[in-house]
Design a protein around this ligand. Structure first.
Ligand SMILES: [Zn+2]
Length: 161
């Protein structure tokens, strides 16, 4: 399955990737209960080995985790030097909020690490495909067991908002 191909992002070890996903996972716990019925997602943006921005999914109609982290980012930072970690596949679709996959492309981020794919049929790999088509290096499945232990109960194959 192409979405799960492992890429080797320069300079960041597997254990470092898991550590940053753990920070994103901790951030995602702040999303409950306001985010419902959307899943509680967390995101951190990393420059070198430093977390430079973080976000979690707000109430419906408010920014998703990725959009929140991008909004909180210092606009003077070079996006090409940043890595984004998000617990769930960024959304490919426009609902009450814009597509996060498109927002990540638009921000100029070049490396993205995803905890697990979103089974929502409007996504289900489509968010990954948007980013890869734009030349972003995407790795799926970082700390996936830990992410799913918290997130799985909130995921659905039924479209949400
Ligand atoms: Zn989104």
């Amino acid at each position: 399955m192409r979405e799960r191909e492992t890429v080797a992002p320069e300079g960041m070890s597997e254990s470092e990737q898991r550590q940053f996903m753990d920070v994103a996972l901790a951030e995602s716990r702040h999303a409950l209960p306001d985010c419902s019925p959307n899943p509680p997602v967390g995101c951190v943006i990393v420059q070198g080995r430093d977390v430079v921005s973080r976000g979690y999914t707000g109430a419906p109609g408010r920014p998703h985790a990725e959009a929140a982290a991008l909004l909180a980012l210092d606009p003077n930072m070079d996006p090409a030097g940043l890595s984004l970690f998000v617990t769930l596949e960024p959304c490919a679709f426009v609902g009450r909020t814009p597509s996060c996959a498109q927002a990540i492309v638009g921000a100029g981020i070049r490396r993205v690490f995803v905890g697990t794919l979103d089974p929502d049929p409007r996504n289900d790999g489509a968010g990954i495909a948007i980013m890869r088509a734009a030349g972003i290096e995407v790795r799926v499945g970082v700390a996936e067991p830990e992410v799913l232990a918290f997130l799985a109960a909130h995921l659905s194959t039924t479209p949400r908002s």
